[in-house]
Design a protein around this ligand. Sequence first.
Ligand SMILES: O=C(CO)[C@H](O)[C@H](O)COP(=O)(O)O
Length: 225
Amino acid sequence: MNPCIVSPSLLSSDFARLAEELQALEQAGVPWVHWDVMDGMFVPNITLGPPVIKAARPKCSLFFDVHLMIEDPGRYIESFAAAGADLICVHAEACLHLERVVSQIAEAGCQTAVALNPATPLEQIDYLLPQLDMVLIMSVNPGFGGQSFIPFSLDKIRGLRHRLDSRRLGTRIQVDGGVTTANAAEIVTAGADTLVSGSAFFKHPSYQEGLAAFMARMQGKGGPA
Ligand SMILES: O=C(CO)[C@H](O)[C@H](O)COP(=O)(O)O
């Protein structure tokens, strides 16, 4: 399994102070940040696009984990890559030709990832697993922060961990939605190595504390929830 990573979801950050937020996260030792890109079509919410990511890119060296919750994302892969994405994640449900879009991400020089909504079965990406750097298991229906973790997601994480290990694949398993310090250990025990957290992470008085609390839980050391 890969080393555990926390990727705070910027959806819960202060967008009016985005550059300062990124710098504070970097200083706290956070390795990745998760950008939630929403188009008001694939999900019932609208957030940001390539110009915001491009403006943020020179402000920090954080790994930009870009989650596209948009229809037909193949139209925008090169724009997000040029804006500074390190990893681009597209939804299986949003792509008519998923293999083509994943190849497009790799050709654009980014790490590749596919997200599955809670009700989408793992079988949809079986053939693609060797081409993926990461699979994102959505543990809420995408669109908004602050929702509750859907319990059957744990079974899905276990199923994916089994599929990856039996094929000796080092693909990361990311989990997004309702992830807190109270359930982080259970999610990692199920097989995930990359946790996205928005509301639970940003509620910590300092990002250093937030990161320490999540890492302690992910490494099975307990600590305050
Ligand atoms: O993709 C998302 C919503 O679609 C967010 O990344 C996710 O919901 C994070 O927020 P929280 O940790 O508060 O659930």
